[in-house]
Design a protein around this ligand. Structure first.
Ligand code: HEC
Length: 193
């Protein structure tokens, strides 16, 4: 009887040790340091092409490339869009500004947002706001605001895993702040021209 008791205690102690090991493995698997998260966010931002629209460009022999001094700072506030060809719009065309930072389509004029860590960008946003903007397509990440206009592909980003969204957020918050107050979008452009 005594032997049985010792055996049972040993078995349960073994189970306890095993479960502790499992837990520590799990924490190891999920504990991502801030640096690792920022590094992953930088990688995701690069491969998903946020800069195609959100970074002002310079022109080179191979076409436009991101202006490294203004990375991810959106449509340049001082730029003025060239005259809009309304006939093309009525015929179903959409117009892309050569830098990729603005688009005119029948649903409106949109200017790519400043997504740097500056307060004219998303520097004062919390993660929940960022998540709402990216997964529900709401302007400034507030539930009651308007929907973001094309070409911001938030419907694709809505599928992103939480940890990837978190990594992108951490990276954007670590970017060099670029002061640039992007003009507001103009919805339903055809009704106003
Ligand atoms: C094809 C162009 C395009 C791509 C690619 C793109 N965006 Fe956007 N994004 C826009 C435009 C244009 C707007 C502004 C839309 C509006 O004002 O209605 C915008 C808006 C946003 C907003 C909301 C800003 C605000 O003030 O509400 C966030 C956040 C954002 N983008 C983050 C990203 C991130 C992060 C990526 C990459 C993972 C990305 N975008 C990729 C074009 C793009």
């Amino acid at each position: 009887m005594k032997k049985l008791f010792v055996l049972a205690s040993l078995v349960s102690m073994g189970a306890l040790i095993q479960s502790c090991l499992d837990n520590s493995n799990q924490t190891q698997k999920h504990a991502v340091s801030k640096e690792q998260s920022i590094e992953r966010g930088k990688y995701l931002v690069k491969i998903t092409g946020c800069g195609d629209c959100h970074s002002p460009k310079k022109m080179g022999p191979m076409g436009p490339y991101e202006d490294s001094a203004q990375l991810l700072s959106g449509f340049r506030a001082n730029d003025v869009l060239p005259e809009i060809d309304t006939n093309s719009l009525k015929r179903g065309w959409a117009l892309f500004y050569a830098e990729g930072t603005a688009m005119v389509s029948p649903v409106g004029i949109s200017y790519a947002a400043n997504i740097t860590s500056d307060t004219t960008g998303i520097g004062s946003w919390n993660f929940d706001q960022f998540k709402i903007a990216m997964t529900k397509g709401k302007w400034k990440g507030l539930e009651n605001n308007r929907h973001l206009l094309p070409p911001m592909p938030w419907q694709n980003f809505a599928q992103m895993k939480e940890e990837d969204l978190r990594a992108i957020y951490d990276y954007l918050m670590s970017t060099k702040p670029v002061k640039n107050l992007v003009p507001s979008a103009v919805p339903s452009v055809l009704q106003q021209l």
